[in-house]
Design a protein around this ligand. Structure first.
Ligand SMILES: Cc1cc2nc3c(=O)[nH]c(=O)nc-3n(C[C@H](O)[C@H](O)[C@H](O)COP(=O)(O)O)c2cc1C
Length: 366
């Protein structure tokens, strides 16, 4: 099983680089330009605030998803077990990392199956990559991913930048919309199209909606940069051109705040906001911009490798911050938060205006 061993080595390297190197584009999410309006008289009690939502036929206690990360390697089973337990305990959603490795080598399924075992009532999202679809995989493999973990939805990840910078990457994206349509028609669970750190434009969002997907995970610029991760790996491998490519394109893409607006305003799809969500305040801003739910990857990984207690503390901190900001804006629910005024400043406002959106539509809401 050479192929699965190669993937395993790459995954292990990704984990190490993500945890040890500087791969974070936090200052570029655009969320710094987004401000919520403080209410000195919110006319609600903090206790009244409810963060509960429904998504893809599951109830979540909080609008937070542990984003797709690992799977298929030895360490992943332990990591996924702890993350899934946390998802179950706090009513969060959880996505698994690419299931490709387990489709190619069923011995790797265990690291994925553990997620549903430990999170029986959570929203669990499967994961498959676009490059595999363009080289022949389709509805059959999609169904196997769903069955493997009894998933509630399937995320299909889009990572064209990462594949272009990756040593041996598979930057094959031709004909994918047709493939997505086929999968949507032949599986009985919702499909979510998910970026991995470069954001989704309104042009792609419209095509994705036409293809029948039910959700988009924007995963915009502002968090983990996969160009930076692959840049480090290219350097270790002595591939100087790919290393330089990764360095040049580290900030390529659409900042998370902008991508949320582009997708929310151009489709009726469910929107997962990820890419640089780090605090409960970030989560509140993303939801106020129109996202249904937020996703975080690297912060959960950093905590979980230190143990369950740091992970638990972080989840509680996120929830406390989100609830407090909802209270301070007078929002009893995330639906109410989505109707509150939002001030969009600076470069983010300028970018949105140039794309035909009106930041005033947000600031004048009441
Ligand atoms: C170690 C690691 C592995 C990842 N693997 C996957 C994957 O297999 N499939 C996927 O869709 N996204 C994957 N991602 C991307 C994340 O789901 C997320 O979109 C991205 O990291 C941005 O979120 P963040 O800024 O909170 O890290 C991975 C992220 C990390 C940190």
């Amino acid at each position: 099983m050479k192929a699965s061993t190669d993937i395993e080595n790459r995954k292990r390297r990704h984990l190490r680089v993500v945890l040890e190197e500087d791969v974070e584009n936090e200052a570029y999410s655009g969320l710094q330009d987004v401000q919520l309006v403080h209410r000195a008289l919110p006319e609600i009690d903090l206790e009244e605030v409810s963060t509960e939502i429904s998504l893809f036929s599951r109830r979540l206690s909080a609008p937070i998803i542990i984003s797709a990360m690992t799977g298929g390697i030895m360490e992943a089973e332990r990591i996924n077990e702890a993350l899934a337990e946390m998802a179950e305990a706090y009513g969060l959603g959880i996505g698994v990392g690419s299931q490709r490795i387990a489709l190619e080598d069923p011995r790797r399924e265990r690291a994925f199956r553990i997620v549903r075992e430990k999170a029986p009532s959570s929203l669990v999202i499967g994961n498959l990559g676009c490059p595999q679809l363009s080289t022949g995989w389709g509805p059959r493999e999609a169904r196997r991913c769903l069955e493997m973990i009894d998933a509630d939805a399937l995320a299909i990840h889009m990572n064209p930048l990462q594949e272009a910078v990756q040593v041996g990457g598979e930057a094959r994206y031709r004909g994918l919309l047709k493939k997505i349509r086929e999968i949507v028609e032949e599986i009985d669970k919702p499909v979510i199209m998910k970026e991995t750190g470069c954001g989704v434009s309104l042009e792609d969002a419209v095509e994705i909606e036409r293809a029948g997907a039910e959700g988009i995970d924007v995963s915009g610029v502002g968090g983990t940069s996969w160009a930076a991760v692959e840049q480090h790996i290219a350097r270790e491998e002595g591939k100087t051109q790919l290393e330089a490519l990764g360095r040049s394109l580290r900030y390529w893409g659409i900042p998370t705040a902008i991508s949320i607006v582009e997708v929310v305003r151009s489709t009726r799809l469910k929107v997962i906001a990820s890419g640089g969500i780090r605090t409960g305040l970030d989560a509140a801003k993303a939801i106020a911009l129109g996202a249904d739910v937020v996703g975080l990857a690297r912060p959960f990984l950093e905590k979980v490798i230190k143990g369950r207690e740091p992970l638990k503390e972080y989840v509680e901190q996120l929830l406390m911050e989100l609830k407090t900001v909802m209270f301070l804006t007078g929002s009893r629910s995330t639906d109410e938060l989505r109707r509150k005024p939002v001030i969009i400043l600076g470069k983010t406002a300028e970018w949105l205006r140039l794309r035909g959106f009106k930041p005033e539509d947000y600031s004048k809401r009441s």
